[in-house]
Design a protein around this ligand. Structure first.
Ligand code: 13P
Length: 255
């Protein structure tokens, strides 16, 4: 099974509309107008810039998506954005359960599960983010924490849905800290995740699902991370804000 790597930018709460458009243009220029055709490139701007980024990226082969959503089509949910609205903007993917959503905004596994299911309902590919905190890793609980996030976050999904989705392993202690999981630690957790999915949903689904790594991915470490057999992509925060750095990450070369 060959899995097409997915390199995704999570711009978080950064960039005005004009800054976002400029970065998207700069990225295109850095990539010579289009991404390499053996990998998928996705940009997740803040909601306010999705429309403008769409105008810049349409027809280029680079995809755009969202960082979050509320799991209803529409309704009285002041301040929220629905999967129907995201699909209408041409978003292909939506990040769900990012650790900043879990820890700053108190999102729990049940809400995250509703979001995963709502994404499928509206034809969006969910990128389910999972990952342990430092204290969990220090206590040797990293697999137990990730397993619980997977079991609860994926509840009710079919093997066919698992096959189509993306899991992002983002150890919380590696996000925005400059600390990266070693390629070996990342591989160990990715293998654990794929093994767990295989036991629950069957080997075919487990071999098809993309498992991205996130947490201080940089031009200097992406090649080694992507060389790991179960690392199928990167979810990049800080380094994705700079077009030159992100372009280098997109052009990773696994040895
Ligand atoms: P950094 O790349 O800034 O560590 O952020 C990772 C992340 O949270 C991507 O979703």
């Amino acid at each position: 099974m060959t899995r097409t790597p997915l390199i995704a930018a999570n711009w978080k709460m950064h960039k005005t509309v004009s800054e976002a458009v400029q970065t998207a243009r700069d990225l295109l220029e850095q990539l010579g107008g289009a991404p390499p055709d053996d990998r998928t490139v996705l940009i997740c701007p803040p909601f306010t810039a999705i429309m403008a980024v769409r105008e810049t990226l349409t027809g280029t082969g680079i995809l755009w998506g969202a960082q979050n959503m509320y799991p209803r089509a529409d309704g009285a949910f002041t301040g929220e954005i629905s999967p129907r609205m995201l699909a209408d903007l041409g978003c292909t993917h939506v990040i769900v359960g990012h650790s900043e959503r879990r820890h700053i905004f108190g999102e729990g596994n049940q809400l995250i599960n509703e979001k995963v299911r709502a994404a499928f309902e509206f034809g969006l590919v969910p990128i389910l983010a999972v990952g342990e905190r430092l204290e969990h890793r220090q206590a040797g609980l990293e697999e137990a924490v990730v397993e619980e996030q997977l079991a609860k976050g994926l509840m009710g999904l079919s093997a066919d849905q698992i096959r189509q989705m993306v899991i992002a392993y983002e150890p919380v202690w590696a996000i925005g800290t400059g600390e990266t999981a070693s390629p070996e630690d990342a591989q160990a957790m990715h293998r654990f995740i794929r093994g767990w999915l295989g036991a629950q949903y069957g080997e075919d689904a487990a071999q098809a699902v993309l498992i991205q790594y996130g947490g201080s991915v940089k031009p200097t470490n992406v090649d080694q991370l992507m060389a790991q057999p179960d690392v199928d992509g990167a979810l990049v925060g800080g380094a994705s804000l700079d077009a030159e750095q992100f372009a280098r990450i997109v052009r990773f070369q696994a040895p």
